[in-house]
Design a protein around this ligand. Structure first.
Ligand code: SF4
Length: 335
């Protein structure tokens, strides 16, 4: 996987410096193929015992801290993301290796230029391309744009960084920009487009394309409106709480349950590791679901779920606490 920098030397140095003897390595699905090679390398260079997690690793919200504790590992190595939780560790140290991308960004940024609206551009990207941020900003400024780089959000801890559930930085600068340029995958671009009230353009270094996200945004907004309308008719709700350390929101779930009960509805709190539609369908008596875990579960693939599934904010519209317009003003994506 030579298109990503897996920082093998730093990995070995971290293990040696900490004197770690048993390691759990977590890789996102796209990098799992590197697990056997990393295991072999670490064992040969450090003598440590290495376990490679075969479980999904959706984000740094999804740290396998419990698994590391069960394995009695003295170090968790998490690939593909940077730090998400500032605390919440169970005492097991975590080394984050973001897997910086070697895909070229400038050709797609150049392709995106004719699609940008106005001269004031908000520029953001994922941790994989942050090391290219200054180069991209300088290029755009040389083309006559004024570039605003958003500050950090609650979960995206670097300047100019976005996460699939954290676009707060973009929202803070949106009054000062005419449009946004997002460099990364469609997943991240769409999240940005659903979070701001300015046009967004995606420059995707993985498939080499640049595109406006306006149609995608409009399509998802239509879907969400229809989903909320369906959920208004539901009487019995399942409110999903995640086991994942960075997505676990029991207080929010309890507050949603109270709001439903105040309005004569019923609800049950469901605790789940992976939110799989087939598993939710085992709860045949429930009419709709509220997702307090990763907001992208509900937003990105609603057709996977045979019953309505709303985010923690959308349920506020369904119960009449917020208007649809208020929801759009706040942005659709929030963890
Ligand atoms: S909550 Fe969802 S979008 Fe946010 S980091 Fe985790 S997997 Fe990504």
């Amino acid at each position: 996987m030579d298109m990503f920098d897996l920082e093998e030397d730093r990995l070995v140095a971290e293990i040696m410096e900490r004197g770690a003897r048993r390691i759990l390595i977590q890789l996102p699905d796209g990098l799992k193929t590197e697990g056997p090679r990393l295991s072999k390398l670490v064992r040969a260079k450090t003598g440590a015992e290495v376990f490679v997690s075969a479980a999904p690793a959706w984000g740094a919200c999804d740290l396998s801290l419990d698994a590391a504790a069960r394995l009695k590992a003295d170090l968790l190595v998490h690939y593909g993301h940077n730090e998400f939780l500032r605390n919440g560790s169970n005492g097991i140290p975590v080394v984050y290796i973001p897997a910086r991308s070697k895909h070229k960004v400038m050709p797609v940024v150049e392709k995106a230029v004719p699609l940008l609206q106005g001269k004031r551009i908000g520029l953001a990207t994922t941790v994989q391309h942050l090391h290219e941020l200054t180069t991209m900003a300088v290029f755009l400024e040389e083309k006559g744009f004024r570039v605003e780089v958003p500050g950090r959000g609650p979960w995206a801890h670097e300047t100019g960084q976005i996460l699939g559930c954290d676009y707060f930085g973009l929202r803070r600068v949106q009054s000062a920009v005419d449009s946004f340029l997002i460099v990364g995958s469609f997943f991240h671009g769409l999240g940005a487009a659903l979070s701001v009230e300015r046009p967004a353009v995606l420059a995707d270094p993985y498939d080499g394309t640049a595109r406006s996200l306006e149609e995608d945004r409009a399509k998802v907004i239509r879907q969400r409106f229809a989903m909320i309308e369906k959920a208004r008719k539901a009487a019995n709700f399942g409110i999903i709480v995640s086991t994942k350390p960075g997505q676990c929101n029991p207080q929010i779930a309890l507050s949603i349950l109270s709001q439903l009960e105040e309005r004569g509805k019923t609800g049950v709190l469901l605790y789940a590791d992976e939110v799989v539609p087939e598993k939710l369908m085992d709860f045949a008596g429930l009419d709709a679901f509220v997702d307090t875990a990763c907001p992208r579960l509900a937003l990105d693939d609603p057709e996977r779920f045979p019953k309505p599934i709303l985010t923690r904010d959308e349920i506020m519209v369904a119960v009449g606490a917020w208007t649809w317009e208020e929801l759009l003003e706040r942005g659709l994506v929030r963890l």
